[in-house]
Design a protein around this ligand. Structure first.
Ligand SMILES: [Zn+2]
Length: 150
């Protein structure tokens, strides 16, 4: 898909999505491309906007959508789903805070009842646990300790 900035003979500007540049040409020739504001079929490619706003004119430039740092909606939906899955998984898990490395070891070595736990570990602590063969997984999303909620 390619997107063109288009303008009609009345000067309305809009975006048109096409499978290819050839699609644009054939759709335009068949008058299938019309201005969404006035319906005009007299469509031309609008002059390209400058990639970099001119200095001193920055404030008046319209804010570009999707310009840098904005994740696509599909990715946002996946992240939201993952966050929900994590929240669901943690419902049956006990927050052990700073005790996480110790509690993980206790469970691994059968010193306490096994149960799902989550908490804090430094990178070194996490590496040490993994080296001991203890299965831990990093949380994908930061979790606020219960005492910090409210
Ligand atoms: Zn128009």
């Amino acid at each position: 898909m390619i997107v063109y900035d288009l303008s009609c003979d009345a000067g309305h500007r809009f975006e048109g999505w096409f499978g290819s540049s050839g699609d644009y040409v054939s759709q335009r020739e068949r008058r299938l491309v019309a201005c969404p504001q006035c319906g005009s079929g007299e469509i031309e490619k609008a002059p390209m906007a400058p990639a970099v706003p001119r200095k001193g004119n920055r404030q008046s430039e319209p804010k570009q959508t999707n310009a840098g740092g904005v994740i696509p909606p599909e990715a946002a939906a996946v992240l939201k789903k993952l966050a929900e899955l994590q929240a669901e998984a943690l419902k049956s898990s006990t927050w052990v805070g700073e005790d996480f490395p110790e509690q993980s070891r206790a469970i691994h070595y059968g010193e306490r009842e096994p149960e799902p736990i989550h908490g804090k570990a430094t990178r070194d602590e996490a590496n040490a646990l993994i080296e001991e063969g203890i299965t831990i997984a990093p949380l994908l999303f930061p979790v606020a300790p219960p005492e910090e909620l409210n």
